[in-house]
Design a protein around this ligand. Sequence first.
Ligand SMILES: [Fe+2]
Ligand SMILES: [Fe+2]
Length: 189
Amino acid sequence: MDSLEHFIDEAISDFPNGMKSHIHTVVDIALELSEIHGANTNEVYLSAKGHDICRLTPPEKLLELAYDFDLPVCDIEIEIPMLLHGPVGAKILSQHMEPFNESIYEAVFWHTTGNYELNDVGKIVFLADKLDPVKNTRYPYQRLLHDLASKNLGNAMKEFLDREIISLVNQGKLVHPQMLTSRNLFSKN
Ligand SMILES: [Fe+2]
Ligand SMILES: [Fe+2]
């Protein structure tokens, strides 16, 4: 996986400081959660480091890449192509994996909407991304979320998805259908 790490380092080297700082913070939080839950440290590290590899890709380019990769693109993603930065990022990272690593691929792919099928690596990266203190205004319940994430990753996913969907609706924003699917499945189990 050295080539993957090298590719990620190169790709993020030009990112603005704020974005680099977010990535480093997510790596730190993800590794802390990884230690608590006994997840694969190398997979957590590489997924966290690469999760936003396409976060700064222009919207029209994200759509173009999504179509090139034959990704299913839904209406809300056409309206808000930024929602594709996880799936497109996962595809790009997969081109630099030797061998292919499903945990890293899935963790990056679903880090915005969540997915009930994610393993601990994917759940940890999803939650660490939301626990960056810089997002405290957006997610003022970070302390509760961190507590939950330290105890039970699935419960933390459910808590975040519940709150985020309510917040999006209250702001009159669109909700990605996959976020609702994730929420429903985490709520049932
Ligand atoms: Fe992201
Ligand atoms: Fe992120």
